[in-house]
Design a protein around this ligand. Structure first.
Ligand code: SF4
Length: 230
């Protein structure tokens, strides 16, 4: 029987079960000890590895771990700290602008309200979702590059952009698992379902993966066509 594209309920449940089983301790790789440090680290992590961000924040947070402390730095001084994270000019401008707003509008505290979080410079949907779920323990699925890729390969989503992917994941995954699923998908993307060469041969989720099952199906169709042509 040929495989029909599209994850059914059984595949979805199995994929989520296997993700939970394979990544029981999945958690953020970024280092932080306050909501503000987490916010800054997530802003810095755009198009940068968590390892690099952790090296940079280890130095930056020694003297500048609060919004008030960050505002003691000039744009150029902050750029000097975060240069190696890439996009350092815009990231420095965003961090300083967000820090100013946190001090002036939110009493020096990172706001818990989602709309208020989103109003901060440099805080898009993904960053706000990470802070909401990781620090404020809200049910949220932040869609970064790994989550977007793995969710759409598996078939948990079939979406052209992160926003639609987030909506489809919210529909496909029980709300209590949203925050965990964010970490499961990131870890699976980093360890197995790589962007360039997904290691499908070693992937525990292959039996319920839309991308994999379609590839197997295509190979079978091609082999049958070749046999019939002989
Ligand atoms: S089977 Fe391949 S494409 Fe599917 S989740 Fe695993 S590594 Fe990714």
């Amino acid at each position: 029987m040929w495989y029909n594209s599209g994850m059914d309920e059984r595949q979805r449940s199995e994929a989520l079960r296997l993700l939970a089983e394979n990544y029981p301790d999945a958690r953020p790789a970024l280092h932080y000890s306050t909501a503000y440090e987490l916010l800054v680290a997530v802003i810095l992590s755009a198009q940068c590895t968590d390892e690099r961000v952790n090296k940079v924040t280890a130095e930056l947070f020694k003297e500048h771990s609060t919004p008030e402390g960050m505002l003691a730095l000039s744009q150029e001084e902050l750029e000097g700290y975060i240069y190696s994270c890439g996009l350092y000019r815009s990231k420095a401008a965003h961090i300083l602008s967000a820090s100013r707003d946190i001090v002036q509008k939110f009493g020096g505290q990172v706001p818990e309200d989602f709309a208020a979080l989103r109003s901060l410079a440099g805080v898009g949907q993904k960053t706000a979702n990470v802070v909401a779920s990781v620090w404020f323990a809200k049910d949220a699925i932040a869609v970064d590059t790994h989550v977007f890729r793995v969710a759409n390969r598996l078939g948990l989503a079939h979406a052209p952009n992160p926003k639609k992917t987030e909506e489809q994941l919210q529909a496909a995954i029980p709300q209590k698992d949203w925050s965990s699923a964010h970490h499961w998908l990131i870890w699976h993307g980093r360890r197995v379902c790589h962007a360039q060469r997904p290691d499908c041969a070693a992937c525990a989720l292959a039996p319920c993966c839309d991308h994999y099952l379609q590839a197997v199906n295509t190979q079978a169709v091609n082999a049958q066509a070749a046999n019939e042509g002989e």
